[in-house]
Design a protein around this ligand. Structure first.
Ligand SMILES: Cc1cc2nc3c(=O)[nH]c(=O)nc-3n(C[C@H](O)[C@H](O)[C@H](O)COP(=O)(O)OP(=O)(O)OC[C@H]3O[C@@H](n4cnc5c(N)ncnc54)[C@H](O)[C@@H]3O)c2cc1C
Length: 260
């Protein structure tokens, strides 16, 4: 059956490198027979702040407003704002979600953070009571595809920015894995603005090649949930590895620095 792909795209300019990466993904995946939908967040004027306006009708407790509680209730009762509901429908349909963005402050642009805050609703795709366990998204793949301002040499274990896997841990583990996605390895376009035009073309050509088999790729592996104690959510003693130290995998299977 034809696969459905959602690209959540966060760049202001249609002549940017991010736009080029997004356009190639649309082109290659469509040519494979996929149905590709793009949520172009800036073009949509997507609201980035999680507020009471996201909920239709009366609030349960307007005086002590809790976004976590009120949005969960509104989701259960079909009272979330139309823009959130629309994005959730796209997510429900998708087999693969690609987040395409420029790195901002070691993370995502605010408009994309707003998409995570508002669309990934408590109860819909994550549960506080059962972290990492909700099954709504378990058959879906998701990945980060992004550009940086810094070259790769700054984002390694001896680089001034540290290991890129650590930078990506809040996104790949704290959002995507937490919500139950299978997380594909990221596509990192290192510092396109500092790169010669010919090498930028090579980066996009590599992306084009990767896209051919993207849907068949193996996801990253995270520590199995049954390795954690059910009360403390800490690694069981038998799974604390001598090689990697007291690690739940933040370095994605690379040894922690010895002085850590
Ligand atoms: C608020 C803020 C915070 C930031 N924080 C960080 C941070 O924490 N870490 C970090 O590393 N960086 C950071 N940056 C830098 C940011 O990540 C980069 O500016 C961004 O990733 C560059 O991507 P772009 O798409 O905007 O590139 P662009 O500037 O649009 O493009 C780069 C080059 O590619 C060219 N290009 C466009 N299309 C094509 C094409 N089809 N083929 C070939 N070349 C093409 C462009 O003409 C340009 O020369 C930050 C920037 C901002 C504004």
């Amino acid at each position: 059956m034809a696969k459905k792909v959602l690209i959540v795209y966060a760049h202001q300019s249609s002549s940017s490198f991010n736009a080029a990466a997004k356009n190639i993904a649309v082109e290659v995946l469509t040519a494979q027979g996929c149905t590709v939908e793009v949520s172009d967040l800036y073009a949509m004027g997507f609201k980035a702040t999680a507020t009471a306006e996201d909920i239709k009708g009366d609030l349960k407790d307007a005086e002590n407003f809790s976004y976590l509680e009120e949005s969960k209730l509104a989701w259960e009762q079909g009272r979330l704002s139309d823009d959130i509901t629309k994005e959730q429908s796209k997510l429900t349909e998708a087999d693969l979600v690609i987040f395409q963005f420029p790195m901002y402050w070691f993370g995502v642009p605010g408009i994309l953070k707003g998409w995570f805050d508002r669309v990934l609703t408590n109860g819909f795709d994550f549960s506080q009571d059962e972290p990492y366990c909700l099954e709504t998204l378990k058959d879906k793949k998701a990945m980060l595809s992004f550009t940086t301002g810094s070259p790769e040499s700054m984002f390694c274990t001896i680089g001034i920015n540290g290991d890129i896997n650590v930078t990506l841990w809040p996104l790949q583990n704290g959002i995507l894995h937490y919500c139950g996605f299978q997380v594909l390895p990221p596509e990192v376009f290192w510092a396109p603005a500092l790169t010669a035009a010919a090498d930028r073309k090579k980066m996009l050509a590599r992306w084009r090649t990767r896209l051919q088999d993207l849907l068949e790729e193996e996801p990253l592996s995270f520590t199995p949930l049954d390795w954690f104690d059910k009360e403390t959510f800490q690694l069981k003693p038998e799974h604390i590895s001598e090689e990697f130290g007291l690690s739940v995998g933040i370095h994605l299977s690379n040894p922690l620095p010895s002085q850590s």
